[in-house]
Design a protein around this ligand. Structure first.
Ligand code: AGP
Length: 596
């Protein structure tokens, strides 16, 4: 789970292009970084720390060259040190390699190479690659063949890019880790993700597993690892480079929270007919599933829990599974549709669960934000949430877009009766989210409770996943203890944790039996002197038992879940800001988790 960049044809701009690209990829990992430039030889500069540390280190170097590769790392093998930072080199220093993924057979390769006299300088799995290339070069093989042969020996997941002294070429290959080419005029890029080079081109080619790319002054080629030609599609990226800047906000996360009205509009565009009360997702074909199994991780898992309820409430058996657990005991699938909910489309646990399902003959679908992602390419169907790029590690606009997309899927696939109310509430959502953003008292509440020992979140039905997501967001960016519970579960154990120092955030919407029961649970915590913050549409009397109320407009309970979550996003954001946390890049985390 690292970020890779490479470019040829940028002349004197090469180094700046690499460093700029790395800064756009920092969301993929940020514990060390480095670049390699091929000139007559290969020069490498790398350091533990973030891209700004790399910039400082580069100030004292005289790195030149018009072909280069770069890397921002999130450790899997070995701690984040200068030595373990990428690029890695061979014994002669003529080969430099950057890698994202895990080489599963690295230990046996390393033993073999050490036995043959190679000296290793890092703890990483990656370092076997330059030494394998070195062996092949010494045997008289040309550089391209040497790189292909080295890669053919790797088992596991990888996106690799390689430069070799004396050759103005970048070689690259992928298996189970993303890699995309950017095609400019007389210049070519490669990267783990498009934002790395989006400032220079909107033309891209997504590499598939088992493909090998060569970038040089002549342009680019893509073949199989064995050298057979493959057909490639050139796609056009439709979002603007501006969309990956902060646009005046202090953090990407805050910007992305505020982008939700637009993101939700994009998700809905062309997919609902409010007059007819119908949803049009016909491009997916007639799926008519007899059951749905969702697989997902983290925030996407919370969206999946919400989605499973939507399908169950429409009479279709549906369950959400943690992707990392799914393959340990695959449930009977029958004719169920297996749906991977994944913002990035690259989460290894989710891909692996989808593959396990496919192996058993299941039809698969992904609900994802990234066109051309591995999940989108591997699944039978892809349904895009259209949220636009999300840079903050903490998912915000992509969660609400997933909620809306799952509503569309449930409505489109199940043709339930009372669609009109739901559709109206979905159409009103962008405006209602804007209202919450404009009027939320979350910042003031954050000020009151910033020093609390722990935070609890409760909700029922559609609001249960919102409670879980509220807690995840709070832990992720504030580093404080936070837990989300189904309201009814509190009295079965967690109530013992509740004290006057532990604020309880209760999501209570509607006026039905579920809401009334949650008000009962609120009374239970209030009786234990816990401060209560109600997220309420005013349809119950929960405000009587609450110290603060975060108000949402009255709407359908499904849409209320999106509005309640917006307050909780702001609450976590402002708490983290008051505590001075690194909001966009919380410690130990990365945006896209491409290891299991
Ligand atoms: C949420 O804020 C986290 N960044 C994390 O839980 C994330 O949702 C999870 O890693 C899954 O990512 P995906 O949606 O890209 O598959």
């Amino acid at each position: 789970m690292c970020g890779i960049i490479g470019c040829v044809g940028r002349g004197d701009e090469t180094l700046d292009t690499l460093v700029h690209g790395l800064s756009k990829l920092e969301y993929r990992g940020y514990d060390s970084a480095g670049v390699a430039m091929a000139n007559g030889g290969v020069d490498v500069v790398k350091t533990a720390g973030e891209i700004d540390d790399l910039r400082r280190t580069l100030e004292g170097s005289a790195l030149t060259g018009d072909v280069g590769i770069g890397h921002t790392r999130w450790s899997t093998h070995g701690p984040p040190t200068d030595a373990n930072a990428h690029p890695h080199q061979d014994c002669t220093g003529d080969v430099a390699v950057v890698h994202n993924g895990i080489i599963e057979n690295y230990q046996s390769l390393r033993d073999e190479l050490v036995g043959a006299g190679h000296t290793f300088t890092s703890d990483t799995d990656t370092e076997v690659v330059p030494h394998l290339v070195e062996d092949a070069l010494e045997a008289g093989v040309d550089p391209e063949r040497a790189v292909r042969d080295a890669i053919a020996r790797l088992e596991g997941s990888y996106a690799v890019a390689v430069v070799v002294a004396g050759h103005s070429t970048v070689y690259a290959a992928r298996n189970d880790s993303p890699l995309v080419l950017g095609l400019g005029e007389d210049e070519t890029f490669l990267a783990s993700d498009v934002p790395a080079f989006r400032d220079y081109t909107d033309q891209v080619v997504y590499l598939a597993d088992g493909e090998f790319a060569r970038l040089d002054a002549e342009g680019w080629t893509v073949t199989t690892l064995d050298g057979e030609s493959v057909e490639t599609d050139v796609d056009t990226i439709e979002w603007d480079p501006e969309e990956t800047g902060k646009s005046g906000y202090d953090h990407y996360m805050l910007k992305e929270i505020h982008e939700q009205p637009r993101a939700l509009r994009q998700c809905l565009r062309g997919r609902v007919d409010e007059m007819a009360g119908t949803v049009d997702i016909e491009d997916l074909g007639d799926l008519s599933p007899t059951g749905v199994q969702f697989v997902a991780c983290g925030t996407s898992y919370h969206a999946a829990l919400y989605g499973a309820q939507l399908f169950r409430n429409a009479g279709i058996p549906a369950q959400a599974f943690l992707a990392s657990e799914y393959a340990t005991s695959v449930p009977p699938i029958g004719d169920a549709l297996v749906v991977g909910v994944t913002q990035s489309g690259e989460t290894a646990d989710t891909l692996s669960a989808l593959r396990a399902a496919r192996k058993r003959g299941a039809r698969t679908m992904t609900v994802t934000n990234v066109v051309g992602s591995t999940a989108a390419r591997e699944c039978d169907h892809a349904f895009y949430i259209r949220a636009g790029p999300e840079i903050g590690v903490a998912a915000s606009k992509t969660f609400s877009s997933q909620q809306v997309a799952l509503n569309l899927l449930a409505l489109g696939m199940t043709r339930t009766v009372d669609t009109r109310d739901v559709i109206t509430s979905l159409r009103e959502l962008p405006g209602n989210v804007q209202r919450v953003l404009d009027e939320s008292a979350a910042e003031a509440v954050a000020e009151v409770y910033q020093d609390a020992d722990a935070y609890f979140f409760i909700g029922r039905g559609y609001q249960h996943p919102v409670a879980l997501e509220g807690a995840l967001k709070m832990k992720e960016i504030t580093y404080k203890h936070a837990e989300g519970f189904a309201s009814g579960e509190l009295k079965h154990g967690p109530l013992a944790l509740v004290t006057e120092h532990t604020p309880v955030f209760a999501v209570v919407t509607g006026d039905g039996e579920q809401a009334r029961k949650t008000v009962g649970n609120v009374k239970e915590v209030e009786a234990r002197d816990a401060p209560v913050v109600a997220i309420s549409d005013g349809q119950t009397d929960v405000a009587r038992y609450a110290d603060h109320v975060l108000e949402i407009p009255e709407t359908h309970p499904r849409a209320a879940a999106v509005l309640a979550n917006t307050h909780l996003q702001l609450l976590s954001y402002h708490t983290a800001a008051l505590l001075g946390r690194n909001i966009d890049k919380p410690r130990n985390l990365a945006k896209s988790v491409t290891v299991e």
